[in-house]
Design a protein around this ligand. Structure first.
Ligand code: HEC
Ligand code: HEC
Ligand code: HEC
Ligand code: HEC
Ligand code: HEC
Length: 369
C-alpha cells in the first residue's frame, strides 16, 4: 500500500514538473537589455492581466470561469509564466490573476517567449512547448557576443525568425461551439514578411548594454493599442475620381484581417472640404460580429458569425461614395478604429474608459482636386 501511494506521489510530481516551469523574471534582463526592457514594459504583453487592462478586466468580470469557478484558464496565453499555471488550467482548482504575483504581472515574459522550442497544433488552441534548460534563450543572430548570464542558441525549426513563435497563442482560439473567436490566418503569409518582421521592426539602439550595435528588434510589439504608426505602411489608401462619384481603395498588405479581436470596430471617415465648408460623408464600418440566435454575444456564448465586413488578409477593399467631386475640392480620408465596439462598450460598463471609447486614428490621407 505504502509503495502504491509513493508511486502515485512520484507520478503526480512528474506530471506537475511537466506543466510548471520556472522562468527568470523580466527584471533580471533589465541591467543588460535596458532598452528592450523599457520598450517591453510599455507593450500589451506586460498588460495582459485584467488588473492592467480595463478592457480585459471588463470581459473577465463577466466570464463564467471567474464568476462560478474563480479559475483564470486564460493564463495559458495571458500569464503563461505563472507559477500556478497548472491550477489555472485544472477544473475544480481555484487560481485568480494576482497583481502582487510577479509571475503574473510579468505577462508573456521575456524568458517564456525566448524558451519556446516548438508549437504543438491543436483545434481549440495551440500549445507552446517550453525548452527545459532554464537559462538558455533562443535568438536569431548569426553571431552574438557571449552573455555572462545565459546561453544563446538558435532553435532548429527557426521559429523565432519565421514568426511561428507567435502562433502558439495568436493563431486561433475556438470556443465550446467550435467557433473561432480570434484568428490571425497564418496560412497566408506574405513573401519575406511575418509576425516578427512586421511587429518587431529594427529600431535604433543596441541589443544589449554590454555590446554596441546600431539596431535591435523593437519589443514594444506594435499593434492596435500601441505604436500603430509603425504598421501604417502595410495599408495603402488611394482615391479614384469618376464623373458622378468617387471610390476610396484600401489595400491591406497584411497577412491577416485588419483587426482580429471581435471587440474591435474599424471605421473609414471621409469628408470633403469645399470652399472652406466641411461636408462629412457616411462612415463605412468594418466589423466581425459574433453571436447566438441572431443576437450579438460574448465570445464564450457565441455560436456563429452574424456579420463580417472586416477587411481581410491581402484584400483590396473599394468603398464607393455617390458624391461628384469638383475642381478645388479636397477630400480627407481617415482609417481608424475603436478598440471596443461602442455597442458593446455600454454592456461592458466601459463607456467611461478612454482606452475603450477613444477613436484611434491609424492612417490619414488628403486628396486635392
Ligand atoms: C489561445 C490563447 C488565448 C487564450 C486562452 C485567451 N486569450 Fe485573450 N487574447 C489572446 C490574444 C492573442 C489576444 C490579442 C488579440 C488581438 O489583439 O487581436 C487576446 C486579447 C484579449 C482581449 C482584448 C484585450 C484588449 O485590451 O483589447 C480580451 C478582453 C481577452 N483576450 C480576454 C480573454 C479572457 C477573459 C480569456 C479567458 C477566458 C482569454 N482572453 C483567453 C489570446 C488568448
Ligand atoms: C549580465 C548581462 C545579461 C543579462 C542579465 C541578460 N542578458 Fe541577454 N544577452 C547579453 C549579451 C551580452 C548578449 C549578446 C548581445 C550581442 O550579441 O550584441 C545577450 C543576448 C541575448 C539574446 C539575443 C540572442 C541572439 O539573437 O543572439 C537574447 C534573446 C537574450 N539575451 C535574452 C535575455 C533574457 C530573456 C534575459 C533575462 C531573463 C537576459 N537576456 C539577461 C547579456 C545579458
Ligand atoms: C504566450 C502567448 C503569446 C505569445 C507567444 C505571443 N503573444 Fe502576442 N499577445 C498575447 C496576448 C494574451 C495578447 C493580448 C494582451 C491583452 O490585450 O491583454 C497579445 C497581444 C499582442 C499584440 C497586440 C498589441 C496591441 O497593441 O494591441 C501584438 C501585436 C502581438 N501580441 C504580437 C505578438 C508577436 C509578434 C508575437 C511573436 C513574436 C507574439 N505576440 C507572441 C499572447 C502571446
Ligand atoms: C512574444 C515573444 C517575445 C518576448 C515576450 C520577448 N522577446 Fe525578445 N525577441 C523575440 C523575437 C521573435 C526576437 C527576434 C527578432 C528578430 O530576429 O528580428 C527577439 C529578439 C531579442 C533579442 C535580440 C535582438 C536583436 O535585434 O537581435 C534580445 C536581446 C531579446 N529579444 C531580449 C528580450 C528581453 C530582455 C525581453 C523582455 C524584456 C524579451 N526579449 C521579450 C521575441 C520575444
Ligand atoms: C505585413 C505585415 C504584417 C504581418 C506579416 C503580420 N501583421 Fe499583425 N498587424 C499588421 C497591421 C498593419 C495591423 C493593424 C494595425 C494595428 O493594429 O496597429 C496588425 C494588427 C495585429 C494585431 C492587433 C489586432 C487587433 O484586433 O487588436 C495583432 C494581435 C497582430 N497583428 C498579430 C500578428 C501576428 C501574430 C502575426 C503573425 C501570425 C502578424 N500579426 C502578422 C501587420 C502585420
Amino acid at each position: 500500500m505504502l509503495k502504491l501511494t509513493s508511486f502515485i506521489f512520484i507520478v503526480s510530481l512528474l506530471v506537475a514538473n511537466d506543466q510548471v516551469h520556472h522562468f527568470a523574471k523580466n527584471q533580471e534582463c533589465k541591467s543588460c537589455h535596458s532598452q528592450i526592457y523599457n520598450e517591453f514594459e510599455g507593450s500589451m504583453h506586460t498588460h495582459s492581466i485584467p488588473q492592467k487592462d480595463p478592457i480585459h478586466n471588463a470581459v473577465w468580470s463577466k466570464h463564467p470561469h471567474n464568476q462560478k469557478e474563480q479559475r483564470y484558464a486564460c493564463g495559458k496565453c495571458h500569464t503563461p509564466a505563472a507559477n500556478n499555471l497548472d491550477k489555472m488550467k485544472t477544473k475544480g482548482k481555484k487560481a485568480l490573476p494576482d497583481v502582487t504575483n510577479v509571475t503574473h504581472t510579468d505577462g508573456i515574459s521575456c524568458a517564456y517567449c525566448h524558451r519556446i522550442e516548438r508549437i504543438e497544433k491543436h483545434k481549440i488552441s495551440n500549445i507552446n512547448i517550453i525548452a527545459t534548460q532554464e537559462k538558455n534563450y533562443f535568438g536569431t543572430r548569426k553571431e552574438h557576443a557571449k552573455s555572462p548570464f545565459h546561453k544563446i542558441s538558435t532553435n532548429e525549426n527557426r521559429l523565432m525568425e519565421n514568426g511561428n513563435v507567435c502562433i502558439g497563442c495568436h493563431s486561433h482560439k475556438a470556443n465550446k461551439f467550435g467557433l473561432n473567436v480570434c484568428s490571425t490566418n497564418i496560412a497566408n503569409e506574405m513573401d519575406g514578411a511575418n509576425c516578427v518582421s512586421c511587429h518587431m521592426l529594427q529600431v535604433k539602439g543596441s541589443v544589449s548594454d554590454m555590446t554596441q550595435r546600431k539596431t535591435h528588434a523593437f519589443h514594444g510589439f506594435a499593434g492596435s493599442h500601441f505604436h500603430s504608426d509603425m504598421l501604417q505602411k502595410y495599408v495603402n489608401i488611394s482615391l479614384l475620381r469618376e464623373i458622378d462619384d468617387f471610390v476610396v481603395n484600401i489595400d491591406n498588405q497584411t497577412s491577416h484581417a485588419l483587426l482580429l479581436h471581435p471587440l474591435r470596430v474599424g471605421i473609414l471617415k471621409v469628408s470633403v472640404n469645399r470652399g472652406g465648408k466641411k461636408i462629412q460623408l457616411k462612415d463605412e464600418v468594418f466589423v466581425r460580429v459574433i453571436g447566438h440566435n441572431g443576437k450579438p454575444a460574448m465570445p464564450w456564448k457565441a455560436s456563429t458569425t452574424l456579420r463580417d465586413t472586416m477587411i481581410k488578409a491581402n484584400e483590396k477593399r473599394s468603398v464607393k461614395y455617390d458624391f461628384a467631386l469638383q475642381k478645388g475640392d479636397s477630400v480627407e480620408v481617415v482609417l481608424g478604429w475603436y478598440l471596443v465596439n461602442p455597442n458593446a462598450a455600454k454592456k461592458l460598463n466601459l463607456q467611461n474608459e478612454k482606452i475603450a471609447t477613444d477613436f484611434v486614428e491609424f492612417k490619414k490621407e488628403r486628396f486635392e482636386f
